[in-house]
Design a protein around this ligand. Structure first.
Ligand code: ZN
Length: 143
């Protein structure tokens, strides 16, 4: 279930203030034609929506954090879903007391500031997401 990938380059940039964090990450990959890779970022958002996948109901539960937060860490990967570059990212966010919240990054996080680093991979075969029956999630098809 593991395939070798080869790092072939890195891109580093700042995402626009006011843009949606997840949408901007996806748009960046589309613009730069990144179809396999890794992303890391730090910065701040004006608020956020985080997902938690309920393994029993097989549905995401979303909670909204309606406050300014630091992006303490964002880590994610880039692959293909429905033929388009798709970023799957998880974030750890910190409030003004240093308390941390974390989860699956969903749309609904306006960027205050964000510095992102992408590592671009070359792969023998593309990483494509497809529905995985045992989990109900769109995971990589490793066949
Ligand atoms: Zn996730």
């Amino acid at each position: 279930m593991i395939k070798q990938v080869k790092p072939v380059g890195m891109l580093m940039g700042r995402l626009p203030k006011g843009g949606d964090l997840l949408e901007e990450l996806n748009a960046f990959c589309g613009k730069e034609n990144i179809t396999a890779g890794e992303v890391r970022a730090i910065g701040a958002v004006e608020r956020a929506t985080l997902g938690f996948y309920n393994q029993d109901t097989r549905e995401y539960e979303f909670h909204e954090l309606d406050q300014a937060l630091e992006i303490v860490a964002l880590v994610g990967n880039v692959s293909l879903k429905d033929g388009e570059p798709f970023v799957h990212a998880h974030v750890t966010l910190g409030d003004n007391q240093g308390r941390l919240f974390g989860g699956h990054l969903a749309p609904g996080a306006p960027i205050f500031a964000c510095e992102a680093v992408f590592t671009v991979f070359q792969t023998d075969a593309p990483f494509v997401r497809a529905l995985d029956e045992p989990t109900g999630l769109p995971l990589w098809d490793m066949k």
